[in-house]
Write a protein that binds this ligand. Structure first.
Ligand code: KG4
Ligand code: ZN
Length: 354
């Protein structure tokens, strides 16, 4: 089966053609799905938003209206297919910015009607998790259920228990800022461009993560809640204090603050995630969302798994599939194939887990 995926929930305009083939695993009498990306096109208006220090929803949606048709055309061209070779469409219906979501949803509905193809509405958050099931990541066959998923993106920090493809149990999430948002806000305090996650990661390589002991909110709380807004305030206070001595912070100081703040975020994520891994005794741990592109986070989790001698395998999508893309949306639709008639598909900016 071949699906054209469309993703426009935030500032990206993305389309991808993804194909699944099934083979029988005779030993276990089960079917294996192999998911292959035939094309994966992403246009971003980040340059525009880097200038304003964040996303202006109205400008993001205006850019997406310009990009959407050429991006879909390019995804078909790159995959070397026409609409005749597509079996279904999948589109992100939420959560996200309403103006942005509407661009993708209305385009997908129109194409579904005109091409007479089934349309699968996809939750963006579930899409992120399914980036782990794309076979290009060379990992698919070894993911076993139950699994724990940590979703860390610009707007979300959630821990989930995946019982099978149809059943997800949300364990808990952030009470205030998301992990990605914490990176972005801390980056702003350090005059870094948006999105600051990768910039902080780079600066951290030259900094001392033990230089400043920032708070690790809720790290040992008896639940799976997260809270990152206090950390942002602590960094703000530290920056203000240092600026009284030195009006413009030097590079070494900036790198030390970046490394110390990154370490605080990672420590909390790792402790909470491993707690869930142990409680539910899972053998697969899936990372996803933009912050999963952070190499230090991946290395720290891998080390913690080893230190605690857990029989758990960590799965992380390649970097380009951690951040927003349409291949993950098409992949989620292939595993959770629930087509809707186009009239019933609507954008839902507040959508959460089912
Ligand atoms: O998943 P995503 O592309 O978009 C949302 O659905 O929100 O995540 C974007 C977030 C931004 O906050 C960005 O700063 C963060 O992911 N991010 C990173 C890294 N790359 C992207 N955070 C930390 N380290 C990175 N390497
Ligand atoms: Zn996302």
């Amino acid at each position: 089966m071949r699906i054209l995926g469309i993703e426009t929930s935030c500032d990206e305009t993305a389309a991808a053609v993804v194909e699944s083939t099934e083979s029988t695993n005779h030993n276990k009498d089960t079917k294996n799905k192999t998911i292959r990306i035939l094309s994966n096109v992403v246009a971003t208006s980040l340059e525009l938003h880097a200038k304003t220090g964040g996303i202006i929803p109205e400008s993001a949606a205006r850019e997406q209206i310009k990009y959407i048709i050429p991006i879909i055309q390019k995804s078909l061209q790159d995959a070397n297919v026409s609409e005749k070779n597509i079996d279904a469409l999948a589109v992100t219906i939420g959560p996200g910015l309403i103006g942005s979501l509407l661009v993708g949803v209305e385009t997908a509905k129109t194409l579904s009607f005109v091409w007479n193809k089934p349309l699968i509405p996809v939750n963006h958050l579930i899409g992120h998790i399914y980036a782990n099931f794309i076979s290009d990541a060379k990992q698919t066959h070894s993911i076993t259920f139950p699994a724990i998923a940590l979703l860390v993106s610009g707007n979300h920090t959630d821990l989930l228990l995946l019982k099978d493809h149809g059943t997800l149990q949300w364990l808990d999430g952030t009470r205030d800022d998301a992990a990605g948002e914490a990176f972005d806000k801390i980056g702003r305090l350090l005059s870094m461009p948006y999105p600051a996650g990768p910039v902080i990661e780079n600066a951290s390589k030259k900094g001392n993560p033990k230089k400043i002991l920032f708070p690790r909110p809720l790290m040992y709380s008896n639940d799976y809640s997260f809270s990152f807004s206090g950390l942002k305030t602590a960094v703000y206070r530290e920056v203000e204090k240092l600026k009284q001595k030195q009006k413009n912070l030097d590079q070494k100081t900036i790198c030390d603050i970046a490394a110390s703040a990154q370490q605080a975020i990672i420590d909390v994520l790792v402790v909470k995630t491993l707690r869930a891994v142990k409680e539910y005794k899972v053998q697969s741990l899936l990372l996803s969302g933009g912050v999963a592109a952070n190499q230090k986070l991946k290395e720290t989790i891998e080390l913690a798994i080893k230190t605690d001698k857990l029989q758990t395998t960590l799965f992380v999508p390649p970097k380009n599939l951690c951040t927003d893309n349409a291949a993950m949306i098409a992949c989620a639709a292939l595993y959770r194939y629930q087509p809707e008639t186009w009239q019933n598909v609507t954008a839902d900016p507040e959508l959460y887990f089912d």
